[in-house]
Design a protein around this ligand. Structure first.
Ligand code: ZN
Length: 139
């Protein structure tokens, strides 16, 4: 909420609460604003008086805990695991097939040795080594 200090044509000052500056403009355009003293509808906005409580009282000394890197990494890995097909040790072969359009275009994950990964990259196959420990039970 924003508190605007308002003034009418007869220079009566009063405060109005609005969701936003746009909200004030909208209400003014529709003639919804009126002076509480003289009921005049010619209202102008003075300076923004202050920001309402809802925003001001967010505890400043407790910033939202920034996710630590391991957490972010885990989220990223989770997203990859959910969105990729596990082809296991077929990975280098399957990655080449997709690259050559011999297999349906999709995201895959699997196991490749450092040498295989290097070869794929040299062939222009977009692969990304991931810091996921190989686990046989994924197959
Ligand atoms: Zn007035």
């Amino acid at each position: 909420m924003i508190v605007f200090e308002l003034i009418c044509r007869d220079r009566h000052r009063f405060e109005g609460w609005f969701a936003s500056a746009e909200d004030f403009d909208r209400q003014k355009r529709r003639g919804l604003l009126s002076c509480p003293v003289c009921n005049g509808s010619s209202i102008e906005k003075l300076l923004t008086a202050k920001i309402g409580r809802t925003e001001a009282e967010v505890p400043a000394e407790q910033p939202a805990a920034a996710p630590t890197l391991p957490e972010k990494l885990r989220d990223m890995i989770d997203a990859i695991l959910v969105n990729t097909e596990d082809v296991g040790r077929e990975f280098p072969k399957e990655a080449r097939r997709i690259h050559r359009k011999e297999a349906p275009e999709r995201s895959i994950r699997g196991v490749a040795t450092g040498e295989e990964t290097r070869d794929l990259l040299e062939e222009g196959v977009a692969v990304m080594p991931l810091p996921i420990p190989p686990r046989e039970d994924w197959h």
